[in-house]
Design a protein around this ligand. Structure first.
Ligand SMILES: Cc1cc2nc3c(=O)[nH]c(=O)nc-3n(C[C@H](O)[C@H](O)[C@H](O)COP(=O)(O)OP(=O)(O)OC[C@H]3O[C@@H](n4cnc5c(N)ncnc54)[C@H](O)[C@@H]3O)c2cc1C
Length: 460
């Protein structure tokens, strides 16, 4: 046994796995099967003490360190060849304080874990649109989802975080202590330390009126025009994103239309149910709705409704932007490339970061793109590595066609792929220099570098 494995085995309570373990291959697999890496050891941390020991071992033995929350990072930031992985999946407990409307969430919890714990109290923390995503990685990059328009990004609802730093200490970051660290954590990704627990403000969310509306592909221009105008002014309790979707066999899809390409508006109305018909009417009037999946459902049911379309073990290649508007030219480009959507798993999601998310100042958190409204995300997802070239080409061609109309170089750090490194400064926007200064204060040796990396500012 090597010295580092011996040290880890002696100092942590969780399991330390190496290539000699029979289930090593399962343990090293992340969501994106393209990221097939072989860590020296995977440390399943059960508490902050384990995390501190793993951070110390990485530092003392000079090993690259990856932090894994939910493992969803498309560039594979939750794993590393020949280094250490801090796997936080044993730390996924969620404690809800219904009186204060606050949840304490373990660093390795998924959005599904958070929803499961908060729903019985009629509460939710804003997350994304897929329940298997890690709350950790999603939150540290921003967190865009069904509730963004009404209560903001996930970071806008973060009250504090416990963080194990590069020097091995655990500190709490909030508006009242380590304020610079707290600022940086809210949008700066995994650059600053290992967050062992998050404290979130919760909101009243119980059963919502939501689900997908399917329209003919030929009506896409009308549907996109309606989406861009109506969702700029609609009540903020309405969350919505546009998507291409090859129809899977769902109960509300006519049998003979399964396999056809549609455009879809996925809705989430978290207001009074009796107002849902009125609020959704403009969307239903955008064009003829060919299949209607909107219903009253629990928020956890909506947040897990599309999990099967994005399973672990597929090939993932994405490209994304922020955009201030969706021009007519952009719509034409979307339609041209959307028509070539290669399979049932792949899509383009046009998400929204307006409403409450835009009422936070660009320098209040590290997420600087508060003037943007739209987040176009082209998702290439396919099962067979033999199809890598064709699928990545579809994503790249699509992106090249829409990017000139985005009006922004930066994109959402959580939607980047492995070949997007050159975009890092633009992704952090005007906050990049300040982030580099905070990095220099908390991680001067850049121990936490397997991420959308911010090198420490020299001379800070
Ligand atoms: C199928 C799918 C659906 C998605 N849907 C959405 C969505 O609706 N909205 C949205 O905003 N994003 C979404 N994303 C993007 C998602 O936010 C990012 O992939 C995010 O990085 C995932 O976090 P994770 O913890 O699962 O990933 P991991 O791969 O485990 O980690 C990703 C990064 O976050 C860091 N990290 C994770 N946890 C911690 C922690 N506790 N402390 C410190 N660093 C940590 C890691 O070091 C790494 O750099 C989706 C991704 C996928 C694959």
């Amino acid at each position: 046994m090597s010295k580092v494995i011996e040290t880890l085995t002696e100092s942590v309570r969780g399991r330390v796995m190496t290539a000699s373990d029979p289930d090593y291959d399962d343990a090293r697999a992340v969501h994106n099967a393209m990221q097939d890496r072989k860590p020296r050891a995977i440390v399943h941390c059960v508490d902050s003490a384990d995390v501190m020991a793993a951070v110390a071992a990485s530092r003392d033995f000079g090993l690259d360190l990856a932090i894994r929350g939910g493992g969803h990072s498309v560039p594979g930031f939750g794993t590393v060849d020949d280094g250490l992985v801090i796997d936080l999946s044993p730390m996924r407990g969620v404690r809800v304080d219904p009186a204060k409307r606050v949840a304490r969430v373990g660093g390795g919890a998924t959005l599904g874990d958070v929803d499961h714990a908060t729903y019985p109290f009629g509460l939710a923390a804003p997350g994304g649109v897929v329940s298997t995503t890690g709350a950790g990685g999603l939150t540290l990059g921003g967190g865009i989802g069904y509730l963004t328009r009404s209560v903001g990004l996930s970071i806008d609802n973060l009250l504090s975080a416990d963080v194990v730093l590069a020097d091995g200490r655990q500190v709490t970051a909030s508006d009242y202590q380590n304020e610079d660290l707290f600022w940086a954590l809210r949008g700066g990704g995994g650059n600053f330390g290992v967050v062992t627990s998050f404290e979130f403000q919760l909101h009243e969310v119980g059963d919502v009126v939501g689900g997908p509306l399917f329209y003919e592909f030929d009506d896409a221009t009308a549907v996109l025009e309606c989406f861009r105008s109506y969702l700029s002014e609609a009540p903020e309790e309405l969350g919505c994103f546009f998507a291409w979707q090859i129809a899977p066999p769902l109960p509300f899809i006519p049998r003979h239309r399964v396999g056809n390409l549609f455009c879809v508006l996925v809705t989430c109305w978290n207001g009074p149910h009796e107002q849902a018909e009125r609020v959704l009417r403009p969307l239903r009037d955008a064009a003829e709705v060919k299949a209607d999946g909107v219903d009253v459902m629990s928020f956890p049911a909506l947040q897990s409704a599309f999990d099967d379309l994005v399973p672990k073990g597929m090939q993932y290649y994405w490209k994304a932007d922020f955009a201030t508007e969706v021009t007519d030219e952009a719509i034409a480009a979307h339609v041209e490339h959307g028509e070539k959507t290669p399979n049932v798993n792949s899509s383009m999601h046009l998400q929204l970061i307006n409403g409450a998310a835009q009422r936070v100042g660009a320098d209040e958190t590290a997420f600087g793109h508060r003037d943007k409204t739209f987040v176009p995300l082209i998702l290439g997802i396919w099962p067979d590595p033999a199809d890598n070239e064709a699928n990545t080409k579809w994503v790249r061609d699509y992106y090249a066609a829409i990017h000139p109309y985005s009006g922004s170089e930066g994109g959402y750090i959580n939607f980047m792929s492995g070949d997007d490194d050159h975009r890092v400064p633009a992704n952090y926007g005007a906050n990049y220099q300040r982030l580099a200064a905070v990095k220099a204060a908390y991680d001067p040796e850049n121990l936490f570098h397997i991420n959308q990396n911010i090198p420490p500012a020299v001379g800070s």
